[in-house]
Design a protein. Sequence first.
Length: 323
Amino acid sequence: MNVFVTGGAGYIGSICVEELLNAGHQVTVYDNLSEGHRSAVDPRAKFVQNSLSDAASVKQVLQKSKAEAVMHFAANALVGESMANPGKYFRNNVASGLNLLDAAVECGVKKFVFSSTCATYGPPDRVPMTEDLPQRPINPYGESKLMFEKMLTWYQRIHGLEFVAFRYFNAAGASGKYGEHHRIETHLIPNVLKVALDQKPHAEIFGTDYPTPDGTCIRDYIHIADLAQAHMLGLAPGTQGFYNLGNGDGYSVREVIAACEKVSGKRVPVVEQPRRPGDPPRLVAAAEKARRELGWTPKYPKLEDIVTTAWAWHKAHPDGYPD
Ligand code: UDP
């Protein structure tokens, strides 16, 4: 298929692009490089540097790519930043995303695959979380992704745009070539691994008074190769709807730090900090729907295996991507 990938220079997008190309698809990456890296784009893909805020460009490039499917990864995705700068999230994730949706309808795209998030749920009434739980986000990031989900539903009903929206839990790990490099790193695993690489003196724990067994937040970490596998399955004609992607196992911040220490063989000193605004205490997926309906089978369900691939990438690329 011809696949148009927004955000293909970013962490999850770059690895999905690699998988798409390995599976024999033709890929056009559209990315403004505000967060992504040019060298994270597989050289077999066609690359266009521009922003989704430029509606005319999106439509023109999409048309030229003859895309049958769109994968939409481009977004701002930091809970903490969204609590300080909500406008950035609504502008980039919702308003600019709408340009892409309109272009997809105009160009007759057959399948739209959307990167959504468990942050659309807010603090859940129960865990593991199924897709039918109420969505009550507690940060603008989650709200902006929920708004896009709702737009997708209306575009499907009114324009017949077939979509799959994946609600990722915590993406982690690396492929052999591509990994996680944010210019300002806020995520837990890469920050802890930076300590193991002697690039930072200590790791920080944001909040030790949550209602969890060790007082720190619990998340469900999912390997990016497993996320990529779900995206390949989502391309199949007839697939449609919302799917959680996680392993169903929750790990606390302290447990993640312990796993990083074990994998790296380095001791990681920690400093306890206050809670980070916008963080729900516990997010754990029930992803049976994706397994049942898409035939999705995660290959790296164990946290230690996930961290092992991340550690290998960070050791090989201690400064991340060169650009
Ligand atoms: N976290 C932490 N220290 C860090 C980074 C993150 O304690 O240096 C916590 C954060 O508050 C959250 C969890 O680790 O409870 C996962 O955060 P991350 O930013 O990796 O992903 P998010 O869940 O926000 O998507």
